[in-house]
Design a protein around this ligand. Structure first.
Ligand SMILES: Cc1cc2nc3c(=O)[nH]c(=O)nc-3n(C[C@H](O)[C@H](O)[C@H](O)COP(=O)(O)OP(=O)(O)OC[C@H]3O[C@@H](n4cnc5c(N)ncnc54)[C@H](O)[C@@H]3O)c2cc1C
Length: 494
């Protein structure tokens, strides 16, 4: 198996988009078969090695950055199989962990099918999207990756390769799973004993629910329970038409009234995405898009699927809603074909790009949130972020998945003093959001950057529940240590 140790090659594996510094590794392995991944894990304990799994490095939480571990890079396990219709109006496609999401989506589209999960950064790997339960704007309608996975193949930390298909391993009435494996032997453990927040998106900590499927424990476990080798993804028929539109609002009340009416129906619209850009986000974007109307309080991006016959009604319903909510429809930026959609999606993607450019000019690191609250409190979350940052005098932007009450706040410090104040504010905001019944992470996960805050969410007892599950599956603690569960908890728990 190819392995690299030279500083120049391993440097790229000490980064993702989090800006987490000081990672280091003795070397990076590039397995070319599933058996090679399993072999590395099988010999880990005896050789005193730990491993961090690397996808394509677009993660935002430092999850793939090793601190002394060897790296397993999934890049060469990138086979994508043919699309297979399964007869119930859906189809499946199998992809190995290192296949890029955009490649899988193009293959599906070429065969007339559609894979809904859409993190804004599409160069991510399929295995990572499963390990992180990634989502994006379309999860407003379609949910996160979890909902689109039929089965997974996993290399477990002791070196077993196991296929888990939905329905194959369910928790019993006491919440217990039992497995008999060639290498690990008999594994028996109970699902984590804690509740999940009442948000429509949640991606912080191991999934747990009565009667749950073991597949769901692995999805979103951020590589701490096994290496995802391959996944079978569920496809839907591609929609005949998609309408997308960016509407501008001069008034925040009108903007939120539009969002409420779009969410609750009754206006004849059925969006698959509802995204917010606050005034400050638009100020950033104006550098690349000078045509953004001046004086805008915010913008809302929506997408809706329709058929050829229903397209006119769909457009009509949206135009009426915009006009009724104070956003003149003739000023909106609309897209009714693939080219227009790409242009609007590029607009969305430009925001993090421009923010990152701004930050590198300041030589500073942003402090960003990925929290969500119960849907009805979306505006409260927006106002909490806005008011807190305004009173601190920060440069900041608020944007993202308002349809799921899931907003990204990016605080952009101009110097170290502001950075330290922003970190303090972040901790306060976490407490406020948790008190509202929210979640620490709705989509990006916890990684290494946010593991200390996970204790705020679950308490020491809840983290202890995760440690118990982790140790049942990874007794020698060889995989992705430091991700999700703060490393100190492995020492305090037995
Ligand atoms: C501009 C931008 C926009 C983004 N938008 C979104 C968004 O809308 N929604 C969203 O959910 N995310 C978003 N992300 C985050 C990111 O794209 C996702 O988390 C993605 O799944 C990471 O994929 P990757 O291949 O780059 O993984 P990496 O960053 O390489 O790794 C991420 C984590 O997954 C683990 N991992 C990787 N492969 C495996 C495997 N095969 N088995 C087990 N563990 C593994 C790693 O150890 C690490 O903990 C965005 C990122 C950027 C930069």
């Amino acid at each position: 198996m190819i392995s690299k140790h030279e500083a120049a090659t391993v440097q790229g594996f000490l980064e993702d988009t989090s800006n987490l510094k000081h990672g280091w590794t003795p070397g990076v392995f590039f397995p070319e078969s599933e058996e090679e991944v399993a072999h590395l894990l099988r010999s880990a304990a005896a050789e005193g090695r730990r491993f961090t799994v690397a996808g394509n490095g677009t993660g935002t939480t430092g999850g793939r950055i090793p601190f002394g571990d060897h790296v397993i890079a999934m890049h060469r396990l990138n086979r994508i199989e043919e699309v297979l219709p399964v007869g119930d109006g859906t189809a499946v496609i199998r992809a190995q962990a290192g296949a890029e999401l955009q490649e899988v989506q193009s293959r599906a589209a070429a065969a007339g099918w559609f894979y809904p999960p859409d993190p804004t950064e599409k160069s991510c790997f399929i295995g990572s999207t499963v390990a992180n339960n990634s989502s994006g704007s379309r999860s407003y309608r379609y949910g996160a990756t979890r909902r689109h996975i039929r089965s997974i193949r996993v290399a477990l930390p002791q070196g077993d390769i196991v296929d888990f298909a939905r329905g194959g391993h369910m928790a019993d009435a006491e919440g217990r799973f039992s497995l008999d494996l060639p290498i690990a032997g008999h594994l028996s453990f109970q699902r984590p004993d804690y509740g999940m927040p009442a948000t429509s998106k949640h991606n912080a900590g191991y999934f747990s629910a009565p009667g749950m499927d073991l597949v769901d424990l692995f999805i979103g476990s951020e590589g701490t329970l096994g290496v995802i080798l391959e996944a079978e993804l569920q496809l839907r028929p591609a929609p005949a038409k998609v309408f997308a539109c960016l509407s501008w609002f001069m008034d925040e009340d009108e903007l939120f009234s539009f969002i409420d009416r779009a969410r609750t129906g009754g206006s004849g619209v059925a969006p698959r995405a509802i995204e917010l850009f606050d005034r400050r986000s638009l100020d950033f974007l104006r550098q690349s898009y000078p045509a953004i109307p001046q004086g805008t309080a915010g913008a809302v991006y929506i997408e809706e699927e329709s058929t050829g016959e229903a397209e006119d009604d769909c457009l009509e319903a949206w135009m009426s809603l915009m006009d009724a909510c104070g956003s003149p429809s003739d000023l909106s930026w609309a897209a009714i074909d693939a080219e227009g959609m790409t242009r609007l999606r590029e607009f969305r993607h430009q925001l993090p790009v421009l923010v990152n450019e701004w930050l590198s000019r300041q030589a500073e690191t942003k402090v960003s949130t990925d929290m969500a609250v119960p849907d009805a409190q979306a505006r409260e979350l927006y106002e909490l972020y806005r008011d807190a940052c305004q009173s601190e005098g920060f440069t900041f932007i608020i944007f993202g998945h308002i349809g799921n009450a899931h907003l990204h706040l990016n605080i952009l410090p101009r110097d170290r003093e502001e950075f330290d104040r922003a970190k303090k504010l972040y901790r306060k905001l976490v407490s406020r959001v948790l008190a509202m019944g929210g979640t620490l992470s709705a989509e990006h996960g916890i990684g290494k950057l946010k593991s200390e805050y996970l204790v705020q969410m679950y308490g020491e007892r809840g983290i202890g529940e995760m440690v118990r599950v982790k140790k049942a599956i990874d007794p020698y603690l060889v995989l992705n240590i430091g991700n999700l569960i703060p490393a100190s908890f492995y020492e305090s728990e037995t």
